[in-house]
Ligand binder design. Structure first.
Ligand code: NAD
Length: 474
């Protein structure tokens, strides 16, 4: 992972406030309630020592809980040298709005540990993650009903397993201990489909946008994802899985950028082959399926859809004039600055905002949390029953028609849903219905010209409604 390329400490949370204030004008909610919604409820800033060799390394870390209107709060933990309080507050706020948009009943939170995972050994990573978890426990910033972390930039299943194990060690009698964190490996309480969930959600969101024929006509495109050209920035969890599903859906990925270089091929890149090369060599550069390219220059190649999937502030006032796409699909959090957004909207670029598009991760984290609380795998009770009901139905149809179903027909019908099927279908439904909620706000509310404002409006209305239901703001 690279350290953030352009650091704008103190500006990211302000950017989120700008978006919020722009949307608040379209919502009939009192000033007091708007204030309550937009600011961060609590932030825990910590420093703790970790033994490295014969010495100690003092680690700076954070956990921000943006909104307690629903509990637990939820949000990833980022491992990066660029972590700071402003960044975790901004990302926590985005989580609040994201959860509201996709009807996930959580408040928003985010954590950050200021280290470079690339320069930290696995043993140090484990010590740091476990110590961070015990700091959260001490201050009541983690728990199945309090605050539930997840993976983010620089962290993954391994770190989530350490968090769950540390929590369970502190609370040996807590039956629901595994629900204290999501994004765990399947063998340790995780759910099938979580690893790829954010990228799959990105794919569903882009596909839905491209399925609306009247919008495609406005962008000068034919409907559908097939044959459209894509550029992806970041080839980590979100970037790789977005690329994989876009490719499988028929999209043509012409460039992929990473922290140390990019690969370009106007005829299309196979992300699975690139991932194999990445695993083998440690880099996406020097790939036989494309030519090396400048990592920032790659974002400026003409394409239909640009998918920033790395970090915030990647499309900013310095490069916005050279961005040459019809749609920006924000797979990362905050990849477009407000200044750049103004220019892009004026040029007619359609931005599918982060608070909707990358909500697949938290949606499937919600499913994982439900699985941990119910202590049963999705599909376990119904799979065989569905299969035998389908077999009975086929035999009734065969008897009535006197014709036998083919093996292919049988294999398609006689299959009960397993956990992954249910997760994928729940995610698909969530992304499709949320897209139409925010799009309909965009097309029906006079004065709203962009999907981000529409998405914020939808989120603010839902959060305000839940405060009213609580009787806090009658
Ligand atoms: P990750 O660490 O798995 O991958 C990020 C990738 O970006 C890394 O491979 C890194 O090398 C690359 N990168 C860094 N700087 C770059 C640069 N200048 N140009 C090109 N590539 C660069 O992280 P991730 O989990 O994929 O997260 C990526 C983004 O998606 C973040 O903004 C994160 O907040 C957001 N997000 C992640 C999830 C999730 O489930 N992991 C959910 C929602 C949002």
């Amino acid at each position: 992972m690279s350290d953030i390329t352009e650091k704008r400490e103190g500006e990211f949370f302000d950017d989120v406030l700008k978006y919020f204030n722009r949307a608040a004008k379209f919502v009939n909610v009192s000033e007091g309630l708007l204030e309550q919604i937009k600011y961060c409820n609590s932030v825990y800033r910590m420093k703790f020592p970790v033994k490295v060799g014969n010495d100690y390394m003092v680690i700076e870390a954070y956990r921000a809980e943006h909104s307690h209107h629903k509990l637990p709060t939820k949000g990833g933990i980022r491992f990066s040298t660029a972590v700071n309080q402003d960044e975790v507050m901004a990302l926590a706020a985005l989580m609040t709005y994201k959860c509201a948009i996709v009807d996930v009943p959580f408040g928003g939170a985010k954590g950050g540990i200021k280290i470079s995972p690339r320069k930290t050994t696995p043993e140090e990573m484990e010590r740091i993650t476990r110590r961070y978890t015990s700091e959260l426990i001490k201050k009541n910033f983690i728990g199945p009903g309090i605050d539930v972390p997840a993976p983010d930039y620089g962290s993954g299943e391994r770190e989530m397993a350490w968090i769950a194990d540390t929590y369970a060690t502190f609370f040996p009698n807590e039956l629901n201990a595994l629900a204290c964190v999501t994004g765990k490996p399947v063998g340790q309480g995780g759910i099938r489909g979580r690893r790829e969930a954010t990228g799959l959600g990105v794919y569903f969101g882009i596909r839905e946008a491209l399925n609306v024929a009247e919008d495609c006509a406005k962008w000068g495109m034919t409907p559908g994802i097939a044959g459209k050209t894509f550029i992806i920035q970041g080839f980590g969890n979100v970037g790789f899985h977005s690329a994989k599903f876009i490719y499988e859906g028929g999209g043509k990925i012409i460039a992929i950028a990473e922290w140390n270089g990019a690969v370009y091929n106007p005829n299309g890149i196979d992300p699975m082959a690139l991932e194999a090369h990445h695993q083998k060599t440690g880099s996406i550069t020097n790939f036989s399926g494309g030519e090396n390219y400048d990592k920032y220059g790659a974002l400026e190649i003409a394409c239909d859809v640009l998918v920033p999937a790395a970090l915030e502030n990647q499309i900013n006032k310095d490069n916005v004039a050279r961005i040459n796409c019809k749609i920006i699909a924000e797979a990362a959090n905050g990849p477009v600055t407000p200044e750049a957004e103004e220019v892009l909207i004026a040029k007619g670029v359609y931005i599918i905002p982060d608070i909707y598009l990358n909500a697949g991760g938290v949606t499937v984290s919600y499913f994982e949390w439900l699985k941990n609380l119910s202590h049963v795998r999705f599909g376990r009770l119904g799979k065989r029953y569905e299969e035998s009901a389908a077999k009975n139905m086929i035999s009734v149809v065969e008897n009535m028609t006197g014709k036998a179903a083919s093996d292919i027909q049988k294999s398609l019908i006689e299959r009960g849903a397993d956990e992954k099927d249910l997760v994928y279908s729940g995610l698909e439904e969530t992304m499709i219905s949320a897209y139409h909620d925010i799009r309909s706000e965009l097309i029906t509310t006079e004065g709203i010209n962009d999907l981000r404002t529409a998405a914020f409006v939808v989120a603010i209305k839902k959060i305000a409604q839940s405060y009213n239901t609580l009787g806090v703001f009658p």
